[in-house]
Design a protein around this ligand. Sequence first.
Ligand code: CTP
Ligand code: CA
Length: 226
Amino acid sequence: IIASFGDRVLAGLKVVVSAGPTYEDIDPVRFIGNRSSGKMGFAVAEAAVQAGAQVTLIAGPVSLATPPGIAMRADVRSAAQMHAAVMEAAADADIYIGAAAVGDYRPNARADNKLKKQSGSELTLQLIENPDILASLSAQQTHPFLVGFAAETQNVESYARDKLQRKGLDVIAANQVGDGLGFETADNALTLYWAGGVAELPRADKTALARQLIEHVAARYKAVRG
Ligand code: CTP
Ligand code: CA
């Protein structure tokens, strides 16, 4: 039995959630990644299922089991692959929640063979910018209700509010990271910002926090999309 909560606040809605890191390959054995575990995104996807949504989960490289009740899971590796998978899944979605830590840059070329060490000299990697998934969705004439995340080490509110505006988001969920906070932990704390308001979700395990996030997202969705 899947426990329901909050009166199935997302019943009848299609929700796409991205989760986890992306890996940008340098050569066949090396990549550039980040410290996202995917736990928060998977908890959000599970909470959306429990709230009655039809949920598609787009996962970067994580070692997490698919939560019960997920309608579809697509596993991707790079930011470019995640961009393509989300754009396809979100085409007919009501809500997109971008919990993934998408790599901002990728090596401009992936070497076909393992790079060999050149002892005594520096190695310079050329990086090019990846597409921004949320900004791509936001630029479309019709698009889902957009929820972003902002993991910041400083100036959390101003950076988060800037992303809310710049990416045309409906809600942004911000958290302080670094010094043992936020990554690879069971607990997290979030502050939600939207155009006319703010909500503090105090430190809790990611399951409880995800449920609160979904309650707020559902309320904001109903306020702006009827
Ligand atoms: N995001 C995205 N596509 C990208 C990069 C980020 O959709 N290529 C999304 C993330 O999933 C997250 C939100 O944008 O929901 C904010 O990500 P963040 O990395 O904090 O924003 P950036 O604009 O990349 O800013 P910076 O890394 O410089 O802080
Ligand atoms: Ca980024």
